[in-house]
Design a protein around this ligand. Structure first.
Ligand code: GTP
Ligand code: MG
Length: 200
């Protein structure tokens, strides 16, 4: 799929105020600093569409971007960032949970995982919560440019095996990406295009 247009629509902390066009929507979620906003910029070929930062906790609201006038990409705040106050953290958690449980346009979530790290409890629990709430998701491994090909394979295998040893009977769909090299871009955009065509 070619990205012909990518426009910021609105930011807010209330799922009820999200745009109401009935078009397919895909949301990016994961720990702070995992690379959600960078991935959105990489996928859309726009360097500054979503705001990124080396410091965790940059994205603090639900951000809607309209792509090709046909579907939405959503950038969300990260979970599990220890340095924001408990109050801010629980506010995030509340509106993220409300977003995922109430947003009717949501077709699929993408759960981003830093490919360098061992499986973390918070990500596992979040994926289980998505499963319990019947919210479809794929995994996106980020920052693959930081590992050599053999190590990429080893880390992905280890991650998927950990999921299969846990509550998952089937391995989720996954993508391996790098926002600096563009790795995984075509795969993700083709995947989204495939779903959009099925919905039409
Ligand atoms: P929050 O909004 O704080 O939740 O973070 P985020 O998940 O949106 O992360 P963001 O895209 O802001 O990126 C965090 C840091 O990781 C930035 O310094 C990025 O430049 C860096 N980064 C993101 N993706 C990649 C990648 O694929 N490769 C490398 N090498 N660095 C990346
Ligand atoms: Mg962000």
């Amino acid at each position: 799929m070619q990205i012909k247009s990518a426009n910021f629509v609105v930011s807010n902390s209330d799922v009820k105020k999200c745009p109401n066009e009935p078009i397919p929507e895909y949301a990016f979620i994961g720990r702070s600093n995992v690379g959600k906003s960078s991935l959105i910029n990489m996928l859309t070929d726009r360097k500054h569409l979503a705001k990124t930062s080396g410091r965790p906790g940059k994205t603090q609201l639900i951000n809607h971007f309209r792509i090709n006038e046909q579907w939405f990409l959503v950038d969300l705040p990260g979970y599990g960032y220890a340095k924001v106050s408990k109050k801010v953290k629980s506010t995030f958690q509340k509106f993220i949970t409300q977003y995922f449980s109430q947003r009717e346009q949501l077709v699929s979530a993408f759960v981003l995982i830093d490919i360098r790290h061992d499986p973390q409890k918070i990500d596992m629990e979040f994926m289980e919560w998505l499963g319990e709430n019947q919210i479809p998701f794929s995994i996106i491994f980020t920052k693959a440019d930081k590992l050599k090909p053999k190590a990429i394979e080893r880390h992905v295998d280890n991650y998927i095996n950990t999921l299969l040893e846990g509550v998952w009977e089937e391995a989720p769909n996954y993508f391996v990406t790098s926002s600096t090299s563009g790795m995984g871009k075509d795969e993700i955009l083709n995947y989204i295009e495939g779903i959009n065509n099925q919905i039409k």
